[in-house]
Write a protein that binds this ligand. Structure first.
Ligand code: SF4
Ligand code: SF4
Length: 418
């Protein structure tokens, strides 16, 4: 299967060995994990195995695999045309040297990551996709997509995301939803109807409700699940089968309900609680959460796209096609990405999250050279200062070079909160 996908078999084997080792050290070494995490461990162990086989089988049956990079791409529409939506991971430093032949050095690690994975022929998901949907969120991505289109043999379709959320921006976004619908219909030969759209809205809503349920459980003291495990679940939500994922997550939440009832936490009740806010953390970018949770603190929420920004809002159900498309447009327009200006709703959301999850401090995380989030950290700091919530901003990439320095800074921050 791997050679038919055109992967570099030797390098792929090396990547899997590295991932397996990192997973053992970071995840399996955690104490008192809920039993329900076994499913998610299994999914990770099969991330370059059974899941790819499932995708290839689905392709045989005529279903289209559609890759995405951003929570702005409506999964509801992809499911309505019987497509499979997969988030394309880019959370590791792979093929950077190659990527830098195409991109300037001062490009964020996420962009270098997805270009690098492709150039190194290491990502079976990219190879399995029939279509890749990009978006014009930040300049780095939108220019990189031109190159990505070239190196993937013309797989890219790009949605235009407005920069502002006024009437004009909303109109543009609504028309982009229409254009995407037409593209999907033409690409798959399946018409979007009230029936298939209602069904897919429900599937995605159920998934988001399960993720909301998990988030709410973390608000209890002591929190019944580690931030590392919760992040993993959020990462998996981007590529697992949505119905199966929802079912397994609800089962895990049933177990967490019991833990909450019995006061059984993964960390003690007085462990400092951290809210992480900022750029998304794609698999296997676990560096910062690992540092935080081995420095005497627990992460109780992620104000990020791999986190709350992905599941905060639902889409209204049981409407006609036009109304549902209107609702989808509004639902996605509610996402508070730093690519928008102004973006004050993000400040309100972070502030609410601090209260809801009883966070003792906020760590703002941005990838180096990510202008939108790095610049916006100024406003987040101001908001937290006003609230008198301890705040720290960190800027990093996917390398391990700053591991020691970060650990020292995080430990000092946790000590200060205590
Ligand atoms: S941070 Fe912005 S660009 Fe990145 S995935 Fe989220 S919404 Fe998309
Ligand atoms: S992390 Fe920042 S610079 Fe990188 S793709 Fe996302 S928004 Fe763009």
């Amino acid at each position: 299967m791997w050679s038919s996908l055109g992967l570099n078999l030797e390098a792929h084997e090396g990547l899997l060995n590295f991932l397996g080792g990192a997973y053992k050290d970071i995840y399996l070494s955690q104490k008192n994990r809920p039993k329900g995490m076994e499913y998610f461990d299994f999914v990770i162990s099969e991330v370059h195995g059974l899941r790819i086989k499932e995708l290839m089988d689905a392709k045989e049956e005529g279903r289209k695999i559609i890759g995405t990079f951003c929570v702005y791409v409506p999964e509801e529409l992809i499911l309505a045309v019987n497509g499979i939506s997969v988030g394309l991971c880019a959370g590791a430093e792979v093929g950077t040297q190659e990527a830098e032949k195409y991109l300037p050095r001062n490009t964020c690690a996420l962009i270098k990551g997805f270009v690098g994975f492709k150039l190194a022929s290491l990502c079976p998901y990219v190879e399995a996709t029939d279509l890749i949907v990009g978006e014009t969120t930040c300049d780095g991505k939108k220019k990189a997509y031109e190159i990505f289109d070239e190196i993937t043999g013309g797989k890219l379709y790009v949605m235009e995301i407005p920069n502002r959320k006024g009437d004009e921006g909303r109109k543009l976004w609504r028309s982009e939803i229409e254009r995407f619908k037409e593209k999907l219909e033409e690409f798959t030969g399946i018409k979007i109807t009230e029936e298939n759209l209602s069904k897919s809205v429900k599937i995605v809503n159920e998934k988001r409700k399960a993720l909301q349920r998990l988030a709410t459980l973390r608000a209890t003291k002591p929190t019944p699940i580690s931030g590392l495990d919760a992040l993993l679940i959020n990462q998996i939500s981007f590529y697992d089968d949505p119905v199966r994922f929802t079912d397994m997550l609800n089962k895990l939440c049933d177990e967490l309900d019991e833990r909450v009832k019995n006061g059984n936490g993964v960390f003690s009740k007085d462990t400092p609680r951290i809210l992480v806010s900022g750029s998304p953390m794609a698999i296997p970018n676990w560096k910062l959460p690992f540092i935080i949770e081995t420095s005497g603190a627990v992460i109780v929420g992620e104000e990020a796209c791999v986190g709350e920004r992905n599941f905060r809002n639902l889409t209204e159900e049981n409407m006609g096609v036009k109304e549902t498309l209107d609702n989808i447009a509004s639902r996605y327009m509610g996402i508070d990405c730093a690519c928008f200006t102004p973006n004050d709703e993000r400040m309100t959301n972070i502030s609410d999250m601090v209260d809801k999850y009883k966070a003792d401090g906020v760590i703002h995380y941005s990838l180096q050279f990510c202008t939108p989030f790095t610049v916006e950290s100024y406003k987040v700091k101001k908001t937290m200062d006003k609230k008198e919530v301890p705040f720290m901003a960190l800027e990093t990439d996917y390398s391990m070079e700053d591991f020691g320095q970060f650990k020292t800074r995080v430990e000092a921050f946790v000590e200060m909160i205590k």
